[in-house]
Ligand binder design. Structure first.
Ligand SMILES: NC(=O)c1ccc[n+]([C@@H]2O[C@H](COP(=O)([O-])OP(=O)(O)OC[C@H]3O[C@@H](n4cnc5c(N)ncnc54)[C@H](O)[C@@H]3O)[C@@H](O)[C@H]2O)c1
Length: 274
């Protein structure tokens, strides 16, 4: 087999130990499942024991390896305990996906309270910092040959979103931290990247009315919302040895939502004008 054939598979992820936060549903669940299905040892972290344990159990039932560790990712002590537990259970750590995050939006900046600031920054920013810090230490101690940190940011970390001042601030921060850390760890062969989902069908939209969901699909140049697994495919690639030279990147998975402005109409093609 030549080198291209040997390396263009996801076999390189087999046996890697990875932590996925917010693994109980949505994008985190899809990432945990795809990692488990590809032979990674997955430490699933979430607050809900019932939902988080169910994800770990399902991975094991399908022939994979996974454990669940109940974690509130906005609590830095629990984040340290999560990483320590992963290392004591599997003996090493190769990667971490900081995915747990909350959305907050729909109002102009002045309508947010100071408590909104604390709530969202505690999880989306401080929790991600803690995850990166403790995981980086553990990956370095493990002498991983294929170490990686992945942060699930947002297209709001690339392009500010109206009505989402605080969410946008946290996600710009995550993208910034990702890039700075990529510079820190490049000499140690640990890649650090951000996945930036666009509108993705998960419970993050809570009880948003059907009208809002229809708007999201229409607002996206691709005409539809994304599926959680479409982010998970990228997470698998970034965990593999095919992506060892990709680091410091903030990669949209968004059907071209953040690619540019849709304001200029297709004036030469009136048949496709919306
Ligand atoms: N769905 C989208 O359209 C979209 C778009 C851009 C970015 N994102 C980002 O993707 C990530 C995942 O979101 P999702 O869409 O899957 O949402 P979701 O609400 O379906 O899932 C969020 C996950 O995070 C967990 N979580 C929330 N608070 C937590 C805490 N304090 N401690 C531990 N876990 C906690 C939840 O239990 C759940 O497992 C988030 O960081 C979000 O900002 C989502």
């Amino acid at each position: 087999m030549n080198e291209i054939n040997r390396t263009t598979t996801f076999k390189s992820v087999e046996g890697k130990v990875v932590i996925v936060t917010g693994a109980s549903r949505g994008i985190g669940k899809a990432v945990a499942e795809i990692y488990g299905a590809n032979g990674m040892k997955v430490v699933c972290a979430a607050r809900s024991v019932e939902q988080g344990q169910a994800v770990a159990d399902a991975i094991c039932e399908n022939g994979g390896e996974a454990v669940f560790v109940q974690t509130d990712c906005s609590d830095t002590k629990q984040m340290k305990k999560l990483v320590d537990t992963a290392v004591s259970h599997y003996g090493r750590l190769d990667g971490m996906v900081n995915n747990a995050g909350i959305g907050q939006g729909g109002t102009p900046l002045h309508e947010y309270g100071m408590e909104d600031y604390e709530n969202i920054f505690d999880l989306n920013s401080k929790g991600v910092f803690a995850g990166m810090k403790y995981a980086a230490e553990a990956i370095l101690r493990s002498h991983s040959q294929g170490g990686f940190l992945i942060n699930v940011a947002s297209i709001a970390g690339i392009l500010p979103q109206r009505g989402q001042a605080l969410y946008t601030a946290t996600k710009f921060g995550v993208v910034g931290m990702t890039k700075a850390a990529a510079l820190d760890y490049a000499p140690y062969n640990i890649t650090v990247n951000a996945i930036c989902p666009g509108y993705t069908k998960t419970s993050i939209f809570g009880d948003a009315p059907e009208q809002a969901m229809a708007f999201f699909a229409k607002d996206c140049p691709s005409g539809r919302m994304g599926e959680p697994k479409e982010c998970a495919y990228l997470a698998l690639f970034l965990a593999s040895d095919m992506a060892r030279y990709i680091t410091g990147a903030a990669i949209p998975v968004d059907g071209a939502l953040s690619a540019g402005s849709k304001n200029v109409s297709h004036w030469k093609h009136p048949e496709i004008l919306e």
